[in-house]
Design a protein around this ligand. Structure first.
Ligand SMILES: C[S@@+](CC[C@H](N)C(=O)[O-])C[C@H]1O[C@@H](n2cnc3c(N)ncnc32)[C@H](O)[C@@H]1O
Length: 378
């Protein structure tokens, strides 16, 4: 099964849609703002007059986050022009919004008119938004997407932890990850390695393709789910989040609502690497220089903005529901495709309760890796 044939976030803008449940990536992206600004200004100031700056967002999905990069880059450039009293020297911006073909591109296109009205301001003055154009670019980022040396900046948020496929040894049934839907506490090491190897293959391919598409000196700003340490391969709070979903499915197996074989044969095509793993792949390819690599964390509950690491979750039932809604908006199409629509409401109600119970002990966080790369000069 190729992920590109089946994967998409929940469509539309109803209460279970990704559009209505994508606050976690937005919060993480806002934490990276100063770094993104530095990258955007560096790319912008290296352009010659009257050129077109091409920016591609990979895995844009739909809803408010899909136009985040357009709003940020245009805003950062108009602020830069205003703060430095520089002429805009006629630079225009071309945005390419990429996602898999089943993504709800129509929702993005329908929101563009209103977006233009809000962002296009002050033509002729220094704070004016530079002229920009937006197009959709359907396709997998594990394939070529753009002509050679045509892109100045690639951005990607919360997308690169998606693999191109579940490792073949698992999808063929040669290996069985019994009772788990991802790397869980009971997942054998041999299976952990299959996921890790698939990530290494996919990420190396991604870097090779993007390096062909970037202009000389072009940059990439990537954020993906990550693990905090090398040793804790099967643990950490991301592992726990999937473990609790496996537990929810196991409870439906016990009730006879899901066949055990169905659970054993389902694996999420995801991998959350450590910083060291990301660095190792980048360094092995010798295609990029690492400008910055680090981690940001946000609470599991997208509505919980308390930044104190040790804080107790006040309303665990509400936080459980909030995380459950988020994960449902990401996984519903995949889970419904494998287990059937009929279990979705029940599964995510059980998951909300199990997450709430987990949060009674302490707050939990979702770590992400942020890496900014510059195409190496050879
Ligand atoms: C969780 S959403 C992130 C959306 C948005 N960037 C954000 O930060 O909210 C992940 C997106 O990555 C897309 N995606 C996953 N694998 C992809 C691939 N190989 N090529 C293009 N898009 C992909 C999914 O379809 C989904 O829309």
């Amino acid at each position: 099964m190729k992920v590109e044939d089946v994967l998409h976030m929940a469509t539309g803008d109803g209460e279970n849609s990704y559009a209505a449940n994508s606050r976690i990536p937005m919060k993480a992206m806002l934490k990276n703002r100063p770094l993104l600004q530095r990258t955007v200004e560096e790319v912008y100031t290296s352009l010659s007059p009257a050129s077109t700056m091409v920016v591609a967002d990979l895995g844009c999905s739909s809803g408010p986050n899909a136009l985040f990069i357009v709003a940020e880059v245009t805003g950062m450039i108009s602020d830069y022009n205003q703060n430095t009293n520089e002429e805009q020297h006629g630079v225009e911006l071309q945005f390419l919004l990429n996602d898999l073909p089943k993504n709800d591109f129509n929702l993005i296109f329908q929101s563009l008119d209103q977006f233009h009205t809000v962002t296009r301001k002050g033509e002729g003055d220094e704070a004016a938004t530079p002229p920009y154009y937006v197009v959709g670019l359907p396709g997998s980022f594990y394939n070529r997407l753009c002509p050679s040396q045509s892109v100045h900046l690639f951005h990607s948020s919360y997308s690169l932890h998606w693999l191109s496929k579940v490792p073949e040894e698992l999808s063929s049934g040669e290996y069985v990850n019994e009772g788990n839907i991802h790397i869980g506490k009971t997942t054998p090491h041999s299976i952990v390695n299959l996921f890790r190897e698939q990530f290494q293959i996919d990420f190396e391919l991604f870097l090779t393709l993007r390096s062909k598409e970037l202009i000389s000196g072009g940059q990439m700003f990537l954020m993906l789910l990550g693990r905090k340490s090398e040793e804790m391969l099967t643990h950490g709070e991301i592992g726990t989040m999937w473990d609790l979903l496996s537990e929810s499915l196991q409870s439906l197996v016990l009730k006879g609502r899901v066949e055990k074989g169905k659970l054993d044969s389902f694996n999420l095509p995801l991998y959350a690497p450590s910083v060291e793993e990301v660095k190792a792949v980048v360094n092995r390819t010798e295609l990029f220089e690492i400008e910055h690599v680090g981690m940001v964390e946000v609470n599991w509950d997208p509505q919980d903005d308390d930044s104190d690491d040790e804080h107790m979750v006040l309303d665990t039932a509400r936080s459980g529901r909030n995380l459950s809604m988020t994960i449902r908006s990401v996984l519903e199409p995949l889970i419904a495709g494998h287990f059937g629509e009929g279990i979705i409401d029940e599964l995510f109600a059980v998951y909300a309760c199990i997450v709430a119970k987990h949060l009674e002990k302490r707050n939990a966080k979702l770590p992400s890796i942020v890496v900014s790369l510059k195409k190496a000069m050879h």
